[in-house]
Design a protein around this ligand. Structure first.
Ligand SMILES: NC(=O)c1ccc[n+]([C@@H]2O[C@H](COP(=O)([O-])OP(=O)(O)OC[C@H]3O[C@@H](n4cnc5c(N)ncnc54)[C@H](OP(=O)(O)O)[C@@H]3O)[C@@H](O)[C@H]2O)c1
Length: 316
């Protein structure tokens, strides 16, 4: 059995990384994730170390996560441990930000909170904005020229928006390294809406967010024990019978690989699509360690196909 690649290149950049990262939205975010209640700084610090020890170096944050707290925590952990982490962060094009000129000051504020001089991957968080995409791309290219950013990406962009972004960047001698979108076995839209194909055409990486569907694909939630808080509402979108059938298949396939969990099988499947890097959130060392178990082995072609068929309904 061939094992998943140990290292990939982010888009056409010089950045080398494992084909799995860590999303750190939950590090410092109280409102959605409950930081400071069931888990805190000690737990996320241990999650950071467990990830690094497993060879996972990409950490995805954003200026809006925990109102800057996620960037602060990540920066502190990197400084404290000296770990060779790659930082991905994001600019939030909120409706009150009316000009791309604001990108430069938002980036400086992120650099300050992170305590670093350069961000490895700087992304535009979403496209719904009054600032035209070309203006944002010029601002990103300026940031690369200023040495404050190594690679640039977008998030939640459609295929058409990606081509627009890539064309503007190309004229400035910069490549579009990544589009970060929602992609999981329960959210296969990037295959149907052209985003996965656009990533392949442009040699960009698809960074898959919420790859565990915010915990549902771990198998720990069920009809009788659904997630609580804001995640309860989003869980209502799913039919538990269909989800149970899928989880059963993931367990069965996982058992043929020495007891891989549904989460590990679900992420291995995403990686098998090629040019996809899932960034699961992890609140503690146990979750980080579990998630790292998605690496180092590969599903067989027949298993990839069986999972494809079983989750095809979520391709819409
Ligand atoms: N660009 C965007 O618009 C956007 C949007 C959303 C997310 N993101 C990025 O994507 C990252 C990941 O997405 P996400 O956090 O929404 O969802 P996710 O990765 O699908 O789920 C993460 C949650 O699942 C649970 N979990 C994770 N690993 C587990 C394990 N091994 N065993 C049991 N439970 C486990 C944890 O919550 P519990 O323990 O509470 O169940 C964890 O917080 C974010 O941190 C962020 O960086 C980006």
């Amino acid at each position: 059995m061939q094992a998943t690649q140990t290292t990939i290149t982010l888009g056409q950049t010089e950045l080398q990384l494992a084909p799995l990262g860590v999303g750190v939205w939950a590090w410092g975010d109280r409102g959605f994730w409950g930081y400071g209640t069931t888990y805190g700084i000690q737990d996320v610090g241990e999650a950071f170390v467990a990830s690094i020890n497993a060879g996972i170096t990409l950490f995805d944050t954003a200026e809006i996560y925990g109102m800057g707290e996620s960037e602060r925590i990540l920066g502190e952990l990197i400084r404290k441990t000296g770990a060779p982490a790659l930082i991905a962060s994001k600019f939030a094009p909120t409706p009150w930000r009316l000009s791309a000129k604001i990108v430069a000051s938002a980036l400086d504020a992120s650099l300050y909170r992170l305590g670093v001089e350069r961000i490895d991957l700087y992304q535009i968080h979403w496209p719904f904005t009054l600032i035209p995409i070309p203006d944002l791309m010029h601002a990103l290219a300026d940031a690369v020229e200023a040495g404050k950013v190594r690679a640039v990406g977008v998030s939640n962009f459609s295929a058409a928006q990606m081509y627009t972004a890539a064309e503007v960047l190309h004229k400035r001698g910069v490549t579009l390294a990544a589009n970060q979108v929602h992609y999981s076995l329960l959210q296969r839209a990037p295959e149907a809406n052209g985003v996965l194909q656009a990533c392949r055409d442009l040699n960009a990486t698809l960074i898959a967010y919420s790859p565990l569907e915010q915990g549902l694909l771990t198998g720990k939630y069920s009809r009788s024990t659904p997630p609580t808080g804001p995640r309860f509402l989003s869980s209502l979108r799913y039919n538990w019978d269909e989800l149970d059938r899928l989880l059963g298949l993931l367990r069965e396939i996982g058992s043929t690989h020495g007891g891989k969990t549904p989460a590990q099988v679900a992420m291995n499947w995403l990686i098998a699509q090629g040019s996809v890097v899932p960034i699961p959130g992890a609140k503690n060392a146990r979750q980080a360690h579990d998630n790292a178990g998605a690496l180092g082995w590969s599903l067989t072609p027949a298993q990839i196909e069986a999972i494809d068929e079983a989750s095809h309904g979520w391709r819409r």
